[in-house]
Design a protein around this ligand. Structure first.
Ligand SMILES: [Zn+2]
Length: 267
């Protein structure tokens, strides 16, 4: 077997930094065989300036929204942001594909080897099939009107099915709830049954309004529901944080990547 040997200012092992006296040994395929001292490594060592590190994981991405870069104004708060994204997400197929292609390239060139990607549509499939990155597709499910839960789940399953049919060994796809403020009780219950022992994700405690909604049914989200004509008569506040309210729905050994957590408290 042919080996390659690398050294740099440091080697990051994933848990600690080794100094420039250590050499990383791989086979031709890039499989790591060993890390050994320079004095034991012999000749033909390839030397680099900088740090050798495992590839990066981007745990939260929305590849299909790449065309919205610089379109939505910053600093308006979540409620305004969500409304902007919902009303401005349209674009031509060509614009969307070009933006996704550039973003995929940027991810790869900046060292990402695996990405957890939120999918509302099947738009990103063709980009991912040609990608060298490992993709976990979180097909997002939302619907705050409880009586619509079945329909919303069915719609998401159509998207999931497209990803699963296109999946290569470099992709995996699961359903995931969007956020506590956009998923109803029945929809959470259904998602629990659809994601047994799977990896899922959720946008959690991203703003204070989310906390106000679950504690007292007050705050900025009431305005958002009104603007979109969403009837929240079925929603009853729990008096707890959103995390404390939704987490008990998941009883089937799911692994959950909770993202944002900006307003999470220790307890
Ligand atoms: Zn997100």
């Amino acid at each position: 077997m042919h080996f390659r040997k690398f050294k740099a200012n440091n080697i990051f092992t994933g848990t600690n930094f080794l100094d420039s006296e250590m050499v990383l040994v791989t086979d031709n395929e890039g499989i790591i065989h060993d890390i050994i001292a320079t004095k034991d490594a012999g000749g033909n060592i390839e030397v680099f300036d900088g740090i050798l590190t495992p590839g990066f994981i981007n745990a939260h991405c929305h590849l299909e929204l790449s065309h919205l870069k610089n379109v939505v104004p910053e600093g308006t708060g979540l409620v305004q942001f969500v409304q902007q994204v919902m009303t401005k997400r349209g674009a031509s197929e060509e614009e969307k594909l070009n933006a996704m292609k550039n973003a995929e390239q940027e991810l790869y060139e900046s060292g990402a080897v695996a990405v957890g990607d939120i999918c509302n549509t099947a738009d990103s499939i063709s980009i991912k099939q040609k990608s060298n990155i490992y993709w976990h597709n979180f097909v997002e499910v939302s619907g705050f009107v409880d009586t619509a839960a079945g329909k919303r789940l069915d719609d998401a399953k159509i998207v999931l099915d497209k990803f699963q049919k296109a999946n290569s060994k470099k992709q995996k796809s699961t359903l995931s709830p969007h956020a506590p403020y956009s998923v109803s009780k029945t929809l959470f219950e259904k998602l629990n049954n659809e994601t047994i022992q799977q990896l899922i994700t959720i946008h959690n405690q991203e703003c204070l309004a989310e906390e106000e909604l679950y504690k007292n049914k007050t705050g900025g989200f009431l305005e958002l529901y009104k603007n979109f004509g969403i009837d929240i008569g079925d929603f009853h506040p729990t008096g707890k944080s959103s995390l404390q309210s939704f987490l008990p729905y998941f009883t089937n050994n799911q692994s959950i990547i909770s993202v944002h957590n900006t307003f999470i408290k220790k307890k």
